[in-house]
Design a protein around this ligand. Structure first.
Ligand code: C5P
Length: 218
């Protein structure tokens, strides 16, 4: 069985949450936000180590190796990967998605093991109609049946992710997820359908909803 290192990216400031501390440390259902997804990662047998990319001066949570994150999300992923012990595969997860479950991580591993791909990423079919616009004028309506909303976790062959993160600071700064960097050099990325409950906490309303779901679960 291939070995996996997990990179938990938690170095964002989370300004839209309107809190006085970094988003990963904001209390959510009685614990720091990042503790929830860390628990899920540590419950998966395939994951040997977790590297956490953190804001400067923050102590690494128990059982993780901490590194200081970078200016943009992809820079934080790169910093964590540099510190990661040897592995075949690398899983990247946003600490801002506390509803992660071990089952989602295991499904990504199953897809990577059975398909000849470079990455397997969590995604949910788009429910809303999506329009492209110039300013506030609609240019066209996209065919929703081909559209997916992309989440983390994202699981990569380590060599593919290392190549992607070597693309340079500007390409990394423009990337809103790591899989798009793999796509840019023709790598194969597979979608793994998940629930929209694995949403990213961005606003105070998201935090409230996450608390309700997590309290209900435990
Ligand atoms: O900013 P955004 O919501 O896209 O952040 C997604 C995840 O990336 C969060 O978990 C955040 O902590 C992390 N991040 C990071 N370093 C940054 C920016 C974001 O680790 N410079």
């Amino acid at each position: 069985m291939p070995t996996t290192v997990a990179l938990l990216v938690a170095a964002g400031r989370g300004e839209r949450l309107g809190h006085d501390r970094p988003k990963a440390l904001v209390p959510c259902a009685g614990r720091p936000l990042m503790a929830w997804s860390l628990d899920a990662l540590q419950a998966v047998d395939a994951i040997g180590h977790v590297v956490a990319a953190l804001p400067p001066g923050i102590t690494a949570p128990h059982g993780t190796l901490g590194v200081t994150g970078g200016a943009e999300r992809s820079h934080s992923v790169r910093a964590a990967l540099h510190a990661a012990p040897v592995s075949d595969w690398v899983l990247v997860h946003d600490a801002a998605r506390p509803m992660l479950t071990p089952a989602i991580v295991e499904e990504l591993h199953d897809v990577m093991a059975s398909e000849d791909c470079d990455a397997a990423i969590a995604a949910t079919p788009v429910a809303d109609t999506i329009k492209e616009a110039a300013g506030e004028v609609v240019v066209r309506t996209l065919d929703r049946s081909h559209l997916w909303a992309i989440q983390t976790p994202q699981l990569f062959r380590r060599d593919a992710l290392e190549r992607a993160l070597g693309l340079g600071d500007a390409a990394l700064a423009a990337a809103t997820d790591d899989a798009s960097l793999i796509e840019s050099f023709g790598g194969e990325v597979r979608l793994v359908p998940t629930t929209s409950q694995n949403f990213k906490v961005t606003t105070p309303e998201d935090l409230h909803l996450a608390e309700l779901i997590l309290r209900d679960r435990s």
